[in-house]
Design a protein around this ligand. Structure first.
Ligand code: 5GP
Length: 125
């Protein structure tokens, strides 16, 4: 079920548990600002999730409340994950779903990194 992106941060959401190591995940990258891991149900040959370490529900929440250092650290981490996976050439796609219309299901900001094959149309309804 898509979430309401204006809801308060829920410490028990699944990605909070992954960050705390309470639920296993396949780690791809980690630094002070971000954690990256493989999506449990990949929708492309490469499907990696990058999440900030801070408690942010959505892109909207993050872009309003996160510090400049958190934003810079997170954006750099997303770029590094894609680069390290060799995706820059031939290319990749980033996606951040937000709220009901965006189809966001997990209420901790995450950027999907898709690649490893041609990705087709930008949006399917
Ligand atoms: P959303 O629809 O919120 O943008 O995407 C949530 C993503 O999280 C989905 O692609 C889903 O497969 C992934 N996901 C949900 N639960 C887990 C989990 O427990 N572990 C991992 N690695 N991915 C998960």
């Amino acid at each position: 079920m898509p979430i309401d992106a204006t809801q308060p941060y829920d410490d028990d959401n699944i990605f909070a548990k992954i960050l705390r190591g309470e639920i296993p995940s396949t780690r791809v990258y980690e630094d002070e600002w971000a954690y990256a891991f493989e999506d449990i149900a990949p929708q492309a040959a490469v499907h990696t999730l990058v999440i900030p370490k801070g408690k942010y529900v959505s892109w909207d929440d993050f872009s309003q409340r996160a510090s400049d250092a958190e934003i810079a650290g997170f954006v750099r981490a997303v770029g590094k994950v894609a680069r390290d996976k060799g995706l820059v050439e031939p290319g990749y796609r980033l996606l951040a779903n937000l709220g009901r219309h965006g189809g966001q299901e997990v209420p901790h900001l995450h950027v999907h990194v898709f690649g490893g094959e041609p990705l087709g149309r930008m949006i399917a309804k």
